[in-house]
Write a protein that binds this ligand. Structure first.
Ligand SMILES: *Cc1c(COP(=O)(O)O)cnc(C)c1O
Length: 374
């Protein structure tokens, strides 16, 4: 089965990991610091903290923002549940704001309708690698004293109005899962514009340990001393994984270019085909196409999905609206809340896209799709 996404690993990647295995540090050594400084450089210079996954980075974001019972998070439903799971686990109420009909991105006018004096975070996702409208989202957040969060699991390397992903929201999270734009096996990162938030996220991902003597509340101990003021977890990314990430980052531009070529090839072949709609791209955005989210109209998505899978093409569907998950419906969230997200989901079919996909394979996907549509 041709997968819808997969990692691209070079001999240089393999050597980089092997070199770490022969060295002194397996975890929290120089490769972690180097990866964090590279991610920071890509993200407008803001501090980056690596994590064991994108989900962990999202947990760090909500913990750093101090989210808890009584708080509200306004979020897109067109995403993987990790975008909101940690906010819910911390006791906040998630209010889902509907998406734009064409892009599937959180709609600022729908966000405006969900704001209250309890709103602490507005969480957007750069669905398929296309950044959301952060200028609009930031002014909404500023109007109620909330923070913006960019779940950029799909969009590292992209930009919006000339600013890179990582510099678009108050907080940004990345995922380095194998299907994403670059990988560390499992892994992720958190970026914040406010150094106080970055430090809180750092401590949260490091068991809550405080190591700065100026901040010690216990001053009777010796040089070994470290202390905890707030609980944290161990979400540290190892050096082994960081070395892979550093090596992968050198090819991020090439990955992005190949993803754009594949997208252009699909667009050219499918833009005039009846019954399908190609993805929308806004003029002020430079996306990094993580997914190719085709829309299959006329209630035929399931039929086309089944035919393509039967023909060996590993198409996928991204995503079922988050509030359809039983964990949310059991809390009273109802279908029908976000009609654009629901109709987007009903039509969406992700075609294979990853750097190692050849033009011949893309053409094969197109032929199989056209046959399935016939
Ligand atoms: C993959 C993904 C995550 C979670 O990342 P992991 O590294 O798999 O934990 C979160 N949000 C979105 C939109 C994702 O695609």
């Amino acid at each position: 089965m041709l997968p819808y996404g997969r990692q691209s690993i070079s001999e240089d990647d393999i050597s980089a990991v092997v070199e770490i295995l022969r060295g002194d540090w397996l975890t929290t050594g120089p490769a972690v610091a180097a990866l964090e400084s590279e991610i920071s450089r890509l993200s407008g210079g803001h501090r980056a903290v690596t994590a064991t996954s994108g989900t962990a980075a999202l947990h760090m974001a909500y913990a750093a923002a101090g989210i808890g019972p009584g708080d509200e998070v306004v979020a897109t439903p067109m995403t993987f549940i990790a975008t909101t799971a940690a906010a819910s686990m911390l006791g906040a109420r998630v209010r889902f704001a509907d998406v734009e009909e064409d892009t599937g991105l959180i709609d600022p006018s729908a966000v405006a309708a969900q704001l209250s004096d309890r709103t602490k975070v507005i969480a957007a996702v750069d669905y398929a690698g296309h950044p959301a409208d952060y200028d609009a989202l930031q002014s909404l957040a500023d109007s109620v004293g909330a923070l913006t969060l960019d779940d950029a699991a799909h969009s590292i390397g992209g930009s919006y109005r000339g600013r890179p992903v990582g510099d678009l929201a108050d907080m940004t999270t990345f995922s380095f899962f194998p299907t994403k734009n670059l990988t560390t096996g499992e892994g992720g990162a958190f970026v914040a514009k406010d150094p106080v938030l970055a430090q809180r996220a750092h401590e949260f991902h490091y068991i809550g340990l405080v190591r700065d003597p100026d901040r010690f509340r216990i001053t009777t101990e010796g040089p070994w001393h470290q202390e905890v003021h707030e609980f944290g977890l161990n979400y540290r990314l190892p050096d082994i994984a960081s070395a892979l990430g550093l090596s992968q980052l050198q090819r991020l531009e090439a990955f992005k270019r190949r993803r754009a070529e594949i997208t252009a090839r699909y667009n050219a072949a499918l833009s005039d085909v009846d019954g399908v709609r190609i993805p929308t791209q806004r003029d002020d955005v430079d996306p990094v196409w993580h997914l190719y989210p085709l829309r299959v109209e006329g209630g035929r998505r399931r039929e086309v999905f089944d035919k393509m899978r039967a023909a060996g093409i590993g198409v996928q569907v991204n995503y079922m609206p988050v509030y359809w998950h039983p964990v949310y419906t059991e809390q009273g969230y109802k279908r029908g809340m976000c009609p654009n997200a629901e109709s987007f989901y009903a039509e969406e079919l992700s075609l294979p896209i990853f750097p190692g996909l050849s033009d011949a394979q893309v053409d094969d996907v197109i032929d199989t799709l056209l046959t399935a549509m016939r």
